[in-house]
Design a protein around this ligand. Sequence first.
Ligand SMILES: Cc1cc2nc3c(=O)[nH]c(=O)nc-3n(C[C@H](O)[C@H](O)[C@H](O)COP(=O)(O)OP(=O)(O)OC[C@H]3O[C@@H](n4cnc5c(N)ncnc54)[C@H](O)[C@@H]3O)c2cc1C
Length: 390
Amino acid sequence: MESIDSYRDRARTWLAEHAPRADIEADLEAGRDFQARLHAAGFAGITWPAEYGGQGLTAEHERVFRDEAKRYPLPAVPFAIGIGMAGPVLMDLGTEDQRRRYLTPILRGAEIWCQLFSEPGAGSDVASLQTRAVRDDGGWVVNGQKVWASRAHFAERGILVARTDPERPKHSGLTMFVVDMRAVGIDVRPLRDMTGNVHFNEVYFDDVRLPPDAVIGRADEGWSAALTMLKHERVAIGTRNRSEATPLSARGLARRQGAPVPSEVRAALGRLAVEERAVALLAARMAEERAAGAELGARGSVAKLASSQLARNAADLAVSLAADRGIGFEAGDGRTAELITAINWSPASGIAGGTTEVQRNIIAERVLGLPKEPQADRDVPFNRLTVAKR
Ligand SMILES: Cc1cc2nc3c(=O)[nH]c(=O)nc-3n(C[C@H](O)[C@H](O)[C@H](O)COP(=O)(O)OP(=O)(O)OC[C@H]3O[C@@H](n4cnc5c(N)ncnc54)[C@H](O)[C@@H]3O)c2cc1C
């Protein structure tokens, strides 16, 4: 196995030569090309098993790569659901065939994945979902509507949770599936968010046929599969490697300041830098534990909550600086549009992957051991609940 020092040197040299210097997230083909080269160079799926396209290395190798990579704006977002959520779920619950079929293309950026959980009536309470999958001719036929599906407009694959037995209580009778997003009957309708960009989508299913081997885990046991994916999602968001060069980072905001910088502004930027460092250290520690195979459980919610509060605090500081010092802090470098987009995007971090309130509930119940929220509908057959709602 390659030594840590040699891996660090190789990562540093490779990134210096190949990593983008500016954000290329908007250019999907450039992102895919970069991800393929990252994989070929041995820096994607660092701790994933070699038989599934990973590098089969240790948590320490992953840590040194993260450390080197944080100086660059790597195009990680399009691949985040595949690498951070779908891949780990397939490793936990997939068949050997599914792992061999799907994992390597995820790491190479050849297949982008989306998550098809939320519906107009099922967000925080995702077990209320109504999309139906009915057994037919050995496979399944799906009808229904999903919403807020990030990157579904260019994803090749999706992970869907659908109701397969409405006679059972709402947390059972669900099944998780792999969906080919190009299948006949899938209609993806992009939604424009308040930054003006398209990030998420509505996805309609009209008699979409799925083969029998599309099931992930076991039929009718999709709730525990969904919880597994949500757990990976919180950890993926909470342990994300943040570039030091984003518009809302302490460094990014400091760069916009025209001299002289008042002492209260210096103090506020200093506080933000400290908070960033604390969140980065928490993220790095959890990433290392996860790469070493530890079960993070509800602690993933702590990391997720910390990172979304950091995003919120950074945006609040940027807004108050804009009010006091001029919109893009005009005397500084002034790339106003970029700053406004980042500010407008910041509330998303307290909603995506489970809202701040939901993370607090999880921490209260599973980390602090406080009493559980009452759930009057827990054991009632889903059919009876939906009739009652109407
Ligand atoms: C940027 C972004 C990307 C997303 N990407 C995806 C994706 O790829 N796939 C996907 O399936 N979904 C995605 N979502 C959807 C996201 O998971 C949901 O928006 C989220 O779970 C909240 O659901 P909701 O919007 O229906 O709000 P609701 O669940 O209706 O919540 C409304 C309010 O009530 C509060 N609330 C709800 N329940 C409780 C409770 N028990 N205790 C206290 N407060 C509560 C919430 O915190 C919130 O403030 C994305 C959302 C965003 C913003």
